[in-house]
Design a protein around this ligand. Structure first.
Ligand code: NAD
Length: 365
């Protein structure tokens, strides 16, 4: 098969981590016989400099026609003074909207070799963490009507609206349940149904959709309790299904208990499973161009792309295994370094994954 990947290196460390990821994908191509073509596109600050807009029409159109989008990161101090639609980060919103990406998947996996980086009690870290947060990405409080007004006394007030249509809840629920089938078979739907009407509808619709998945265990949890359980007993979660704002907060919390931001991949999907794959981290201007960035979050995002959009489950697992073994060998970029380990850089880390992947394939053959 031939896959066209709309590739957006972006700003700061984006180009460095995407470069290493393409090397890994090229090994995959060699091993599997598939061909990947990379349409190199501008977005964010790089696009502002070259074309005067953070998301040029050509980038959007090419991304929409591609089999998947792979993105590094956008933004940086050079463009911080810009406002509104000219901010580099607007490119992300434009891509999400243009591509109709309504499901945000944020895995929180604690690699055994990184247990020391887990900020939770060592006994909790020892048990391991493997959670998939499924966040609704295009509805709720962030997209509802909002307004800032002035009362008769000249004092300001403002409101935001959390609104969900049952169709929006149904489609994200199906994404979560389908994912749970390939995992431990449990979905925890997180809401605030004791207070919010939109959450009561959320719970009703989730219960209706769950009937089509008798093999999946479903429980419901209020968001305040979920945030506590994430640090108390993260092992109790498999797939967390939640609305936009709750997911924004909980996915960051879940990510942080697994160690470094340099390790966290993500996927944003539409109904036909095409999607955009990107590391959770930003453009890290403090280390940009210094060959210091951890490329593993982007490499793991590419593994998600292979699994979800290209249906290459085995190859995706192989990449994850290669990453895990490289970490086991003691190799660390600065963000995950602790005393006694071997400090490395972006390019060496990428190369280590490439070599490990080749080794694994040889053993399997
Ligand atoms: P950041 O994620 O870029 O950096 C936070 C800290 O984590 C920094 O100290 C950085 O050096 C470190 N870090 C991040 N990724 C790393 C990696 N792969 N390896 C090693 N260390 C890493 O967040 P920030 O500093 O708040 O934002 C910087 C810029 O990135 C801003 O312009 C922001 O708007 C943008 N941003 C973009 C995205 C995106 O493109 N999806 C996401 C978040 C922030």
């Amino acid at each position: 098969m031939k896959y066209n990947i709309a590739t957006i290196p972006g700003d700061g460390i984006g180009p460095e981590v995407v470069h290493e990821t393409i090397k890994v994908l090229e090994v995959v191509a060699g091993l599997t016989g598939h061909t990947f073509s990379y349409s190199m596109l501008l977005a964010g600050g790089a696009a502002l400099d070259a074309a005067g807009h953070p998301l040029p029409e050509e980038t959007l159109q090419t991304a929409m026609a591609a089999d998947a989008v792979l993105l590094g990161a956008v933004g940086g101090p050079k463009w911080d003074h810009l406002e509104g639609d000219l901010r580099p980060e607007r490119a992300l919103l434009g891509l999400r909207k243009g591509l109709g990406l309504f499901a945000n998947l944020r895995p929180a996996l604690l690699f055994p070799a990184l247990k020391q980086a887990c900020p939770l009690h060592p006994d909790t870290a020892e048990k391991g963490i493997d959670i998939m947060v499924v966040r609704e990405l295009t509805g709720g409080l962030y997209f509802g009507k909002q307004e800032r007004l002035t009362d008769k006394e000249g004092k300001e007030f403002a409101y935001d609206t959390m609104m969900y249509h049952e169709d929006e809840i149904r489609r994200i629920t199906r994404v979560a349940f389908d994912l749970a089938k390939g995992r431990k078979g449990k979905v925890t739907s997180v809401d605030k149904a004791n207070i919010l009407e939109s959450s009561r509808l959320w719970r009703k619709v989730v219960l209706e959709e769950a009937k089509a998945y008798p093999e999946i265990t479903l429980d419901h949890m209020y968001v305040d309790n979920a945030s506590m359980q994430l640090v108390k007993q993260p092992q109790s979660f498999d797939v967390i299904l939640t609305e936009n704002m709750f997911g924004d907060i909980l996915s960051d919390e879940a990510g942080m208990i697994t160690g470094s931001i340099g390790m966290l991949p993500s996927a944003s999907l539409r109904e036909d499973k095409r999607g955009m794959y990107e590391p959770v981290h930003g453009s890290a201007p403090d280390i940009a161009g210094l060959n210091k960035a951890n490329p593993l979050a982007t490499i793991l995002s590419a593994a998600m792309m292979l699994r979800i959009s290209f249906k290459m489950e085995e190859t995706a697992s192989l990449i994850e295994q290669a990453v895990s073994q490289v970490l086991e060998s003691g190799l660390r970029t600065g963000d995950i370094f602790t005393a006694g380990e071997q400090m490395t850089n972006t390019r060496e880390m990428g190369l280590a994954v490439v070599n490990q992947l080749k080794q694994l394939e040889k053993k399997g053959a």
